[in-house]
Unconditional design. Structure first.
Length: 289
């Protein structure tokens, strides 16, 4: 019979083996995008495909930055990054501003219809985006709204319910004694919200804000529709999808992979920078004292 020590060793080996498989499954697509972005067109056509960039003739490792140079010289791609940054940042800031006010009211104030309001907000997150696309597009065309404003407005339709619902749970978890003490000291409800409660919910604001930013940064369907009449306002997902080759029927796979890597880097940087607050936001309220 196996000893307890051997059983524990086998459990640890199995555990780390599963962790390794999960990490490989999650990271391999990103690795393959980086690998493909560092290849020329001839290297991408090699059969079988290589796990590192290699010279087609000699087989030696040969890394090429041609795809990245093309992107930085591509005005359409650089303009798309700027448009995506404007739209995603505006959507995030406005969603957090409006959502935090709503969450404070729903989490801490008493009024009739509060529970019904929460259910209505939750139900709004269940509608598929495509169901409202046609109506929004007709509305935008009728009133001649700009494509950037249209994207921000449409993204907030889905970001606000999510932001409000998540932040409401955080405001609920804050002790009522904090508000009562502030009221005793003469603070108004708005002062209590702005100076005391809002700083305490910083981890939640970072977590929900980052998720909102990622969703707006990567959104494609609305961006493609609303920028169909203004190519200058195209965001980066649309710009990547519409990449064309130098000759007819050429698929610029290397350039698209390089663009995917560059577009992913800001998200990775934000997650690494705010990782401590994200962990606090995800675990807040998980332990009750």
């Amino acid at each position: 019979m196996m000893t307890d020590e051997r059983i524990q060793i086998l459990k640890k080996v199995g555990f780390w083996f599963i962790i390794g498989l999960i990490c490989f499954y999650l990271l391999f697509p990103f690795y393959w995008a980086v690998n493909s972005s560092l290849k020329t067109e001839d290297q991408l056509m090699m059969m079988p495909a290589t796990f590192v960039p290699r010279d087609p003739d000699t087989g030696a490792i040969d890394i090429s930055l041609t795809n990245y140079k093309q992107l930085f010289n591509n005005d359409t791609f650089m303009r798309g990054i700027l448009n995506s940054a404007i739209v995603a940042t505006s959507t995030t800031v406005l969603s957090l501003m409006v959502g935090s006010f709503s969450a404070f009211a729903l989490g801490k104030l008493r009024f009739k219809g509060k529970k019904l309001s929460l259910y209505v907000i939750l139900s709004m997150t269940m509608f598929p985006q495509v169901t409202v696309l046609t109506g929004l597009y007709a509305l935008i065309r009728q009133y001649n709204l700009g494509p950037r404003f249209s994207m921000i407005f449409s993204y907030m339709l889905f970001a606000l319910p999510f932001t409000t619902w998540v932040l409401t749970s955080f405001f609920k978890d804050l002790p009522d004694e904090i508000m009562q003490s502030a009221q005793v000291d003469g603070a108004t409800a708005f002062q209590t919200f702005r100076l005391i409660l809002l700083p305490l919910t910083a981890p939640a604001l970072v977590t929900t804000g980052l998720l909102t930013f990622i969703r707006a940064w990567n959104e494609y369907l609305f961006a493609l529709t609303f920028t169909s009449f203004d190519a200058e306002a195209r965001t980066v997902p649309v710009a990547i999808a519409l990449f064309s080759g130098e000759v007819s029927r050429q698929e610029p796979a290397g350039a698209k992979m390089a663009a995917a890597v560059l577009v992913t880097l800001p998200i990775v940087g934000l997650v690494l920078y705010f990782q401590k607050k994200i962990v606090k936001g995800l675990t807040a309220g998980s332990v009750k004292g």
